[in-house]
Design a protein around this ligand. Structure first.
Ligand code: TRH
Length: 398
């Protein structure tokens, strides 16, 4: 049990310091409860893997590891996936850092075991509450605030609030040390040709030229309008539709358009839209899909970050909240992005915030959006990434 964050005891500038090198291997325990969708486990897996690739030992405790079968089938040396509620075995290394992701509460039994270990070692773990990503101003205010633990076996310990974010005064974004090298080696043209070879059929020929758009979304109200726009454009569009809600939404939108008779059902010369329905793929392949496209329609949290790193035009469908708190969150992101008016209008329509027409996706518009995203990416690359900051932070707090 802990209280709300209090004023920082140390200057906030400390939070954005780069990790000192070298940092000794520590034992990290990351806790992840899957609420819905794939973002919770997706973020936690990327965090676990990034830490392990920098020499750290990680146990990832989750109540639902099912998505890891396709998201990370290869696993990662240094990362163990454990079932939520499980206990530490006698031979397990004692924990150095506890990370509770997105406000999930670590079970009291686990904390009690950590407290016993800490008593024996004379060393408390660093306890981090890793928050959701937002560009809102409270993130800079609340990042790195302490919250004293008042009750229970860990009374007297401190929980630290760690906020990912887009500015130097926040915890930064996940960015693996080899990301830029992998991107530099990526051959977009070869990727597209391989995709075309894989999915072309006589009935559905897939041009490698034209515009490529990826679709990872919930149920955007403007999806029928986007599909109709692509179908009637004067150049071909290949739409890569991810599985699950994006596929269901696309099929429902196509049925609606067909019903309205604004799109001919079988592809012909008047239908410039060809669609690939994709299977679930591992993180590395998901990222490559984003690098291969001219426009990435993403959602949630993790895919937004990956689309920023991709550096192509992007549109974000934000996770909707009942009280419409996501409206301010989206606005803050677009402000940070310095989004041009057409990109703001597309977001308003795509997210169902205002009943505005979808701007036309002409070449000049997409180019303007890509320039905006690339400028944002450049700003982000000048900042310390989340894992560097987290590792440096934990060393200071030990
Ligand atoms: C479709 C697909 C996704 N992915 C991964 C990429 C991401 O790690 C993950 C998707 O996560 P997100 O982009 O965050 O979108 P999401 O909508 O799935 O997750 C959301 O879940 C809610 C509970 C949270 O409140 C949101 O903030 C957000 O995290 O799935 C693949 O690796 N391969 C695939 O084929």
């Amino acid at each position: 049990m802990s209280t709300v964050p209090t004023a920082p005891s140390t200057p906030l500038a400390i939070a954005s310091a780069s990790a000192p090198t070298p940092i000794p291997p520590r034992q990290w325990d990351i806790f992840c409860r899957v609420i819905d969708n794939y973002g919770d486990i997706g973020v936690c897996w990327r965090l676990a893997q990034d830490l392990a690739q920098r020499g750290q030992q990680v146990r990832l405790w989750t109540d639902d590891a099912s998505a890891l079968h396709w998201m990370a089938p290869q696993g990662c040396p240094g990362v163990q996936v454990r079932a939520w509620g499980g206990a530490l075995a006698a031979h397990d290394a004692p924990t150095d850092v506890l990370v509770e992701a997105f406000g999930c509460e670590i079970t009291p039994d686990f904390i009690a075991a950590c407290a016993i270990q800490a008593g024996v070692r004379g060393q408390k773990p660093v306890w981090i509450n890793l928050e959701y990503l937002s560009a809102e101003s409270y993130v800079e205010r609340c990042h790195a605030l302490p919250s004293p633990v008042l009750h229970g076996p860990a009374a007297g310990w401190t929980k630290w609030f760690f906020y990912p974010g887009f500015t130097p005064a926040t915890g930064g974004l996940l960015r693996e040390t080899d990301l830029l090298a992998r991107q530099a080696q990526f051959d977009r043209s070869a990727w597209r040709h391989a995709h075309v070879a894989e999915c072309s059929t006589a009935a559905n020929p897939a041009p490698a030229h034209g515009r490529w758009i990826s679709l990872f979304c919930y149920e955007p109200p403007a999806l029928p309008a986007l599909l109709a726009q692509c179908a009637q454009a004067d150049h071909p569009t290949r739409l890569l539709v991810t599985p699950g809600r994006a596929t269901a939404a696309t099929q429902a939108a196509l049925a609606q358009i067909k019903h309205q008779n604004s799109l001919q059902a079988p592809p012909d010369k008047r239908n410039q839209l060809s669609i690939s329905y994709l299977p679930p793929v591992p993180h590395s392949a998901f990222d490559e899909m984003l690098w291969a496209c001219d426009l990435n329609l993403v959602r949630g949290e993790d895919s937004l970050v990956r689309a920023l790193w991709a550096g192509q035009a992007l549109v974000w469908q934000i996770y909707p909240q009942d009280d419409n708190a996501h409206h301010d969150k989206l606005q803050a992101f677009l402000d940070w992005l310095q989004a041009p008016p057409s990109l703001r209008q597309f977001h308003a329509a795509w997210n169902g915030i205002e009943a505005l027409p979808l701007p036309s996706l002409d070449d000049a518009t997409l180019h303007e959006w890509a320039v905006c995203i690339q400028a944002a990416r450049t700003r982000l690359l000048a900042q310390s990434d989340l894992v560097s900051q987290l590792m440096g932070w934990c060393e200071q707090k030990r």
